[in-house]
Design a protein around this ligand. Structure first.
Ligand SMILES: *[C@@H]1O[C@H](CO)[C@@H](O)[C@H](O)[C@H]1NC(C)=O
Ligand SMILES: *[C@@H]1O[C@H](CO)[C@@H](O)[C@H](O)[C@H]1NC(C)=O
Ligand SMILES: *[C@@H]1O[C@H](CO)[C@@H](O)[C@H](O)[C@H]1NC(C)=O
Ligand SMILES: *[C@@H]1O[C@H](CO)[C@@H](O)[C@H](O)[C@H]1NC(C)=O
Length: 624
């Protein structure tokens, strides 16, 4: 118990000593840098342990007295708080403040001097200003820069204390601090205030055009803590052009219209130049080039280009190809052409049109609607002209515009064919078959210009002129063909045809230019139902019967006379034998020698033949 009491007593004594009765003054809190807005109050701290001495303040190394309402003790000095309250702060209060405490006794060496604390009475800087190349740029004005090139702008905040802190914004985006730097300098005309200067080096993009470039000065003395100034970024850039109104389909002359617009994106405004490919002069300085309506002379490649002080655009082109329907320029060589038979001839047609026209040569055969497609070139070469080529020729030129065919037909060119007669071989069958007994008609079409001087049919050694008839044979008068100019039908009619009529019949046509011949073979058939040799069979049967009768008579005569029959037969024989002979001859002639039969019935062609025929006629008479 006793020892515990002693411990308590000792502790109390130590505590008292520490309290100051015997203690040393030491710092509890020294004043520090302090800022204050003008008119407001600030407290500079100064607290000491074991305070025995007296407190005092110095400002700028000079004693600072206390004045009620301006400089007052802020705390209880007896308890060691020597803090000073500075009220209604003003420029005069700016300075280096120091708190001092005298020593606790004349023997003690514990007087205290605080660190010097700066008191700054803030001064709100004047509103920030922007400068470009030392020229001030007014609020909201344009800050003109060139695209992709760095530009410099300066923001100045003057007469602030302390210096304002400057930041930069593009619209709401803060620019990186690397892009600007701040310098603070004291103002010469107003001591204890500062000029803050921030220089921004930034490269602007086209997209930044029209944005707000803001310089924000941050300062605690501003009621809103910041003031700003801004300008509009005017980014100048080289033009880019786009084309509007380029036709997507065909453009037809006289019908469609065209408006080409050169849309320019540029700052500052650019000058437009339209050029036509191949022209030296500028076609237009307007934004829009109009053709209303378009014509073929507007066909060209148009190029638009724009230029401003920053640069020039890439040129942009539109090709205009004005389409127009075909038109015949010439057709010929002459309205009427004459070509020699088997010669060659050339017809020519020239048409304009866009796209270039296609040609078709059409021949209209005279007096009919029959039309023949003769060729698809501008020139029509007829290599070996025949009468078939005679007629009207037109050239049809056509092209296709907007999916629609446009065509034009030329004036007709008349082609006349002259020359020797020509049988249109393809119109005639080479061979004709008829049943025996029927009529046969051999028809041949031929053409001739000039008119044929003679037309005749020939077979064997015979000749029959058109318009004549002999016996079963008729050479009809020439019929004019309606379908072809200068063409005629020649017809040979054979009545009741006989087997002997089977042969070639030759048409011979002549005019003053020459002649043409053509043979048609006639084949006379024996119809299978009628026995081929009915007459022959009858003949044979009759002959057999006569022979039988003869033999019977001879036998009977032999029996009657009972003599040698041969001695007396000479009287009896001649008439019978003669008749036999003639029968046989007539049959033979019918089968083989149609010539002789024919000759007898037709008037001979010339004297030689006449003589021949007369001889032949006389011979049987002589025999008889
Ligand atoms: C700023 O530049 C734009 C073009 O970019 C122009 O239209 C405007 O008039 C300019 N403003 C001023 C105030 O100069
Ligand atoms: C300028 O003053 C501002 C604000 O007082 C400060 O933040 C900045 O560091 C100073 N700059 C220089 C270079 O002294
Ligand atoms: C045939 O053509 C040639 C040359 O092309 C010409 O000299 C001649 O006169 C023509 N003949 C006729 C009959 O037209
Ligand atoms: C048409 O003309 C071209 C050249 O001009 C030629 O090559 C072609 O053979 C001609 N066609 C006919 C059918 O003549």
């Amino acid at each position: 118990m006793r020892s515990r009491l002693v411990t308590w007593a000792l502790a109390l004594i130590l505590a008292l000593t520490a309290q100051g009765c015997f203690g040393v003054q030491t710092w509890n809190k020294e004043p520090t840098y302090t800022e204050v807005n003008p008119g407001e109050s600030a407290v500079l701290s100064c607290k000491v342990y074991n305070k025995q001495g007296t407190c005092a303040w110095q400002k700028d190394n000079k004693p600072q007295g206390m004045f009620t309402g301006k400089y007052e003790w802020s705390g209880d000095r007896e308890s060691g708080d020597c803090s000073i309250r500075i009220m209604d702060a003003g420029v005069v209060d700016n300075g280096a403040w120091e708190c001092q405490i005298t020593a606790s006794s004349f023997t003690a060496d514990d007087a205290l001097s605080s660190k010097i604390a700066q008191l700054t009475v803030r001064v709100a800087p004047s509103p920030p200003l922007l400068e470009v190349d030392t020229v001030q740029v007014a609020e909201r004005r344009n800050f003109t820069v060139k695209e992709d090139r760095p530009a410099t702008i300066k923001c100045i905040s003057r007469y602030g204390n302390p210096a304002a802190t400057i930041k930069w914004f593009l619209d709401t985006d803060e620019l990186p601090s690397e892009s600007y730097s701040q310098r603070n300098t004291s103002e010469s005309d107003q001591p204890k205030t500062w000029q803050a200067e921030s220089i921004l080096d930034h490269t602007y993009l086209k997209e930044d055009h029209g944005k707000s470039l803001r310089c924000v000065a941050l300062h605690q003395a501003y009621p809103t803590k910041s003031k700003e100034v801004h300008v509009t970024v005017d980014v100048q850039y080289a033009p880019t052009v786009t084309l509007q109104g380029t036709p997507t389909g065909d453009v037809e002359e006289g019908i469609d219209s065209l408006a080409l617009r050169c849309v320019v994106d540029a700052n500052p405004a650019a000058n437009i130049q339209w050029r036509r490919l191949g022209d030296v002069d500028v076609f237009s300085f307007q934004e829009m080039v109009e053709f209303n309506p378009v014509s073929r002379r507007h066909s060209a490649t148009y190029t638009c280009e724009a230029r401003n002080l920053v640069g020039a655009s890439d040129p942009i082109s539109a090709r205009i190809d004005v389409k127009y329907a075909p038109r015949i320029l010439t057709v010929g060589p002459a309205p009427t052409m004459t070509a020699g038979l088997y010669n060659h001839t050339l017809l020519d047609c020239q048409a304009e049109g866009n796209p270039p026209p296609h040609y078709t040569w059409i021949q209209t055969v005279s007096d009919t609607d029959e039309q023949i497609d003769r060729g698809h070139n501008a020139t029509l070469l007829l290599e070996s002209v025949s009468y078939e080529h005679q007629g009207q020729y037109v050239c049809v030129a056509s092209n296709i515009i907007k999916g629609e065919e446009k065509q034009v037909v030329s004036d007709a060119v008349r082609l006349e064919v002259v020359g020797k007669p020509q049988v249109l071989r393809y119109t005639v069958d080479r061979n004709i078959e008829v049943e025996k007994g029927e009529d046969a008609v051999i028809q041949i079409v031929f053409c001739s210009d000039p008119l044929p001087s003679r037309t005749s049919w020939e077979w064997g050694s015979l000749r029959l002129d058109a318009g004549n008839g002999r016996g079963r044979y008729t050479a009809e008068t020439l019929g004019k063909q309606n379908s072809r100019d200068d063409c005629y039908n020649a017809r040979l009619r054979v009545q009741h045809t006989d087997l002997a009529d089977s042969r070639d019949y030759i048409l011979v046509v002549e005019n003053d230019q020459g002649a043409d011949r053509y043979a048609v073979g006639l084949l006379v058939n024996v119809s299978p139902t009628e026995p081929v040799s009915m007459s022959t069979v009858i003949g044979i049967v009759i002959t057999c019967l006569i022979l039988l009768v003869l033999i019977t008579l001879i036998v009977l005569y032999a029996f009657k006379t009972e003599k040698c029959c041969f001695s007396q037969r000479g009287d009896f024989k001649p008439t019978d034998l003669e008749s036999d002979k003639s029968d046989l001859e007539s049959q033979k002639g019918g089968n083989d020698t149609s010539n002789t039969n024919g000759n007898t019935k037709i008037v001979p062609v010339n004297e030689k033949q006449q003589q021949l025929q007369q001889q032949q006629q006389q011979q049987p008479n002589e025999k008889r």
